[in-house]
Design a binder for this molecule. Structure first.
Ligand SMILES: [Zn+2]
Length: 252
């Protein structure tokens, strides 16, 4: 009896998978075989300058190959690919059925792997047991280096980066904050900074912004710690993002 049930389930799963694959193939905006050189291109180009969190590499590839960029982007978004690196993280694996297992094995140093985590404890002292909604925690590994960031949903334009080795004691120094902002933005002319400090839960936070230019950085830290959470956001989002950051800090 039990055996029968298992067989049925197996057959059911197989049929389901086949149906799913058929629907996937029908949804493709270009020939399936044309995706493979695109993945190869991204795998070789992305490690050079990292992802710009847009589709700039895809766009240049489409131009060169005469492919329809906007149709491709629309389809990629449906598959969970919202920037060049997410094409590899979220879309490439869906084409595994096309390739021999060896295709996935690439030199370790050039591979960017993105993983979703439910909890995290690392050497620098950072620990979170539960990631509050709407945040997701993502580990981004390249070679033997792993970075962690919190983001709201799959779009990662305004992440909270976990800096595991950060000079936290310098955050009380306004000049350090000015320099940090300028180093991250490469803007430096006639800037007027506003710096705002407040406590959220057990954390000190400092916010630095300029009158005219995005971004706004918010650092959350405690004195004596080695790590720091850095939110990068912009004027239109800051109130909402800080509210979400509060939820996050409560769990840390
Ligand atoms: Zn990206």
């Amino acid at each position: 009896m039990l055996e029968n049930l298992c067989m049925d389930e197996k057959a059911f799963k197989k049929a389901y998978k086949e149906r799913e694959l058929k629907a996937f193939k029908e949804s493709l905006p270009m020939k399936e075989i044309d995706f493979l050189p695109l993945f190869d291109f991204l795998n070789s180009e992305l490690p050079k300058n990292g992802c710009q969190h847009d589709f700039s590499l895809l766009e240049s590839y489409c131009k060169e190959k005469g492919l329809d960029f906007s149709v491709l982007v629309e389809w990629l978004n449906e598959q969970g690919g919202f920037c060049d690196c997410e094409i590899l993280a979220n879309v490439e694996e869906q084409f595994e059925y096309l390739t021999k297992p060896t295709h996935k094995i690439k030199p370790k140093s050039t591979q960017t792997v993105q993983r979703k985590l439910d909890a995290l404890t690392i050497d620098c002292g950072f620990s979170i047991k539960k990631v509050p909604v709407p945040w997701i925690l993502v580990a981004i590994s390249q070679g033997d280096k792993t970075n962690y960031q919190f983001q709201i949903g799959k779009k990662s334009d305004f992440p909270v980066i976990l800096e595991s080795d950060f000079p936290v004691d310098k955050l009380s120094d306004d000049i350090f904050l000015h320099n940090y902002w300028m180093a991250k933005t490469e803007l430096d002319s006639e800037l007027v900074f506003a710096i705002d400090r407040q406590c959220i839960h057990n954390f000190e936070t400092v916010q630095i912004r300029t009158k005219r230019w995005s971004p706004i950085f918010v650092f959350a830290y405690r004195q004596g710690m080695k790590w720091c959470l850095v939110l990068r956001t912009e004027t239109a989002r800051i109130r909402n993002d800080v509210r979400e950051l509060e939820k996050l800090l409560k769990e840390v």
